[in-house]
Design a protein around this ligand. Sequence first.
Ligand SMILES: Nc1nc2c(ncn2[C@@H]2O[C@H](COP(=O)(O)OP(=O)(O)O)[C@@H](O)[C@H]2O)c(=O)[nH]1
Ligand SMILES: [Mg+2]
Length: 205
Amino acid sequence: MKIKSAKLETVCGITSKLPENDKVEFAFIGRSNVGKSSLINCMLNRKSLARTSSQPGKTQTINYYNINNDFYFVDLPGYGYAKISKEIQGKWKKMILNYFENSRMLRVVFQLIDIRHEPSEKDVQMYKTLVGCGFYPIIIATKSDKIKKAQINKHIDAITGKLSAVDGTPVIPFSSSSREGRDELWEYICEYAEYFSEDEDIDEQ
Ligand SMILES: Nc1nc2c(ncn2[C@@H]2O[C@H](COP(=O)(O)OP(=O)(O)O)[C@@H](O)[C@H]2O)c(=O)[nH]1
Ligand SMILES: [Mg+2]
């Protein structure tokens, strides 16, 4: 995948209306600190397009990155950061749910789970919410450089087991440090981008 352009085009806060995009959207969701911003930067070969932070809970907006004018990466607020008040967490949850239910162009959701840990209850809830909204999330098992190669399959089984993932759900081990999984993830995205863009062209005729 040649990245000709990548820019942050729209930032949506709690009260903003969702943009009326006409290109397909790929969303990334996961608990805060799971490595979402690092993954977006790694995918786009950029150091700091998406802001990374060792302080969790920073991304509080829905950020739309326009890629090559072909499709969008949508970075969603990280969930499950305990230091943020229940009230604010509730508002984010509503904002995310509104996005899943009402975005006309969202086609695929990638849910990020830290490969080292069993998914939390919040991860399981989020997975169920996504399935309830009609998505079949693709799982990205992040920070794969943190475990030994020989342990990867065992950790993937633990993740799919705990999530009760739909049979055949892809799980992609990924590392922003070693770039493991980057090519595989691009393959999925390119395939879906092509598939769903054709779909749109038919709609327009
Ligand atoms: N070892 C390792 N650390 C990572 C990786 N991805 C992210 N991190 C670190 O995890 C922390 C959180 O990353 P960030 O991308 O900001 O997470 P976000 O909150 O999900 O957007 C930062 O300190 C990153 O340097 C990875 O693939 N491997
Ligand atoms: Mg982030």
